[in-house]
Ligand binder design. Sequence first.
Ligand SMILES: C=Cc1c2[nH]c(c1C)Cc1[nH]c(c(CCC(=O)O)c1C)Cc1[nH]c(c(C)c1CCC(=O)O)Cc1[nH]c(c(C)c1C=C)C2
Length: 519
Amino acid sequence: MPQSIAILGGGLTGLSSAYHLSRRFPTSKIVLLERQARLGGWVRSNRVDLNQIGASVLLEAGPRTLRPNGKCVLELINLLGLEDKVITIPKTAPAAKSRFLYIPESHHSKVSGLQRLPNSILSLLNSPLLSILLPAILREPFKGANRPPRANDESVDSFLTRRFGETFARVFGSALVHGIYATDSRKLSVRAAFPSMWDAEERGRGSLVRGLLVPPRKLKDEQETYELGRTLEMMNGVSVYSFKDGMESLTKALEDHLGTLANVRILVDTRISRIKMVDDQLLEISHSGGEPLRTSHAVSALPLPVLHKLVSKSPSFDIPHLTQNPTSTVHVVNLIFPTAPKNIHPEGFGYLIPRPPSGYPDPSTTTNTGILGTVFDSCSLHAQDLPHTTDYYNKASHTKLTVMTGGPYPTLPLPSQFSSSEGGADPVHIPAFIRSLLEALKVQLGRELPDPIYWRIWNNEECIPTLMPGHLDRMQDLKTFLMSSGGWGGRLAVVGAGVGGVSVGDCVEAGRRVGRDWV
Ligand SMILES: C=Cc1c2[nH]c(c1C)Cc1[nH]c(c(CCC(=O)O)c1C)Cc1[nH]c(c(C)c1CCC(=O)O)Cc1[nH]c(c(C)c1C=C)C2
């Protein structure tokens, strides 16, 4: 059992690590260090009260929904007793069934405007997208295997182009990658981001479509046992879920639980300046909160480039590959309109916008708003808001939606103020940045829009790493180095979105598995 464990970073991965390590090693002394005053990292929920329309509206700055297949998150809900706070969106809801793609006129495509993505054979046959989808999908199984010999990885764009052609790869692949990684699909590793596609191509002897028809072998994850309580039953027929008070319910519950444990100490507002090995038994962490901390084991849940700055001060312990991947900055813009969703957008999840055929605009010349996509939050998460309205789409007092901008696009300058004032009594001041987004939204949604009653910008700087081709091999190399006696002797574990996946489930699972070889 480790004598002491330092956890660096109090985002979701750090909190999950602290939670699971404190269960596994109840007598180890655990210290969690976080640079900011609050814990939770990119998970941030914010409730605004709008007196003018008598509504209380829950807004998210980061992830907003979860999929029920992430058993590690369901396990946390069970262990932390969060079942009564869960809200579920059924598979039959419009938010689950209707997703859109917006193809701008400027893309000079055969199809343009807001297009519903087909979710059945019938809807495919009636869809204007049929002319792009059908030939690509029908031809793919008959295209010979074309993975270059000995290829170990490639970009998502190159993979999809090989199998389905350039137009399919750009229109569907780039939009999908915008909605998850907020990055350029030409830079993202297919093996790291979508391992199931890479594996399906192998199962299908070169054809992804054939491979998807063959059931995969059981994954390691499926052999894990999780303490699920009644959460699995709760997720019957559920497409996605969240919490009445937003995703922060999860990180707050972790924080509250850790606060009750005698062997766990949380230091917020604490900046780490250096990490080094003192001898083969002991690590030393210098930080702004006092004397350097000496610990037998440590977990870094920091972004990899941040960890690089801390370890590279001791060259013999520098860790390989920490600065290989770029990161995306996403400006998340919450808007609340004082009218029902039917007056603002079609019923559904929201829409994504593919990469322009000519590539991303040049930062020096652009007036492009850089919108990657828009989420119709009212459709999936109206149950978070007050007053509750049964026929929310036609009758709710307000509509909440979120516009995501940035990633591979150069963006317009942000205003000095990041939100309108709460309360909604005075006319809302709308800065040029928000005005440009509203103008773009009008075109994309094909209708006039009223001014929002509230707006808020979240500048999520460097929030999502782009896992570049070769990422999995590099991470294997990094782990080998950390385990080696010339390296960190297995006493430092490195986890987080930059290592093993960017979803909430990936971050929680990483914290659940960390330190399994510490005895
Ligand atoms: C801050 C913006 C984010 C963008 N992507 C992510 C965040 C937090 C991370 C992310 N988004 C999705 C996934 C996959 C989840 C899974 O498969 O389990 C991940 C890891 C899918 C997704 N994309 C959007 C939503 C609402 C969801 C559902 C999950 C969630 O709430 O995060 C919309 C969306 N996200 C981004 C953009 C640009 C975008 C556009 C509409 C970037």
